[in-house]
Design a protein around this ligand. Sequence first.
Ligand code: GLY
Length: 365
Amino acid sequence: MSTKDLTVHYEGRECYHIILTTDFSLLTSQLEKAVGEDKSKKVCIVSDSNVANLYINNLKEILENAYPIVETFVFPAGEQSKNIDTVQKLYEHLILNHFDRHDFLIALGGGVVGDLTGFTAATYLRGIDFVQVPTSLLAQVDSSIGGKTGVDFQQYKNMVGAFFQPKLVYMNMEVFDTLPKEQFANGMAEEIKHGLIKDKAYYEYIRDYSNEIKEKNPETMIELLNIGCNIKRVVVENDPKEKGERALLNFGHTIGHAIEKLSDFGLYHGQCVALGMVAAAYLSCKKGCITKEELLDIEQTIRLYDLPIRIQGYDKHEILQTTKSDKKMIGNQIKFTLLKEIGNAYSDLSLTDADLLEAIDYVLN
Ligand code: GLY
């Protein structure tokens, strides 16, 4: 079986590797390269109640062969745990177990685990090493790469955080044996997004090979993720702190986040991103950048992965208001990612409320 290894640079230097492989057999040797050969380090695996049930014992056993002390910290699964209280509990756990700056954390889980563990690592003792072991497709292709860490604050998503790079991102394709269907769709929404904003051939591959991809066999997943993660790698290398190009990754997320919020997180992130991508593609079509046929092609591709393209039961003005309370505003003007063409996105600052209402109306139809 093939293993892929992508190198991510940060500020002009090699920073960390993304390993795509089929089991955990390379983990300890990769850790040695990433956090150093010192085997007296303590490790704390941070996970949530869902993922811990599946993998934590196996991972702990593997790590215990290499490190003398392997601690675990498990918190209840779900967005409602992504807050300062959980971070505080993790700080306490690390203090009580005498973790110092030469020890490290492993985030075993999806986006919530990765973001929260990364934020704790960024701030505990002013920064200790951490490693991402993403177990959802969404975390693999998106949140584990690029060093965005953070937690929600009150009703505001990802409001408190830091850019803090992991030492290693290790992806084991075995997670697809247990990944729920809707979680797979969540990740595919981000993969479709990567194709639409940066790589037409990748978009076409996702569109034309949906049957193979949905079988989720390890070789196919490595191929798919290798390209998807590489797209994200290039974007975050060019613009690590989201001053420009990285904002293109928000394609579908502006209206998508508003719907997600109004659904009280009852809809999955990928479902909301899918709806947001339809709205953004509609606006790209209205501006004459993509054709009507291409808009329909995008909708068809989204549907292939069991993601919605229309939704009922929401008020368009409420979606607009929530969209505008998003933090991606420049003054009173919304910053919106649109497609110049399939595979090439840009940031648009010219959209009016009427444009947005029309696009929202389109997905509410
Ligand atoms: N998930 C978007 C980003 O990493 O910038």
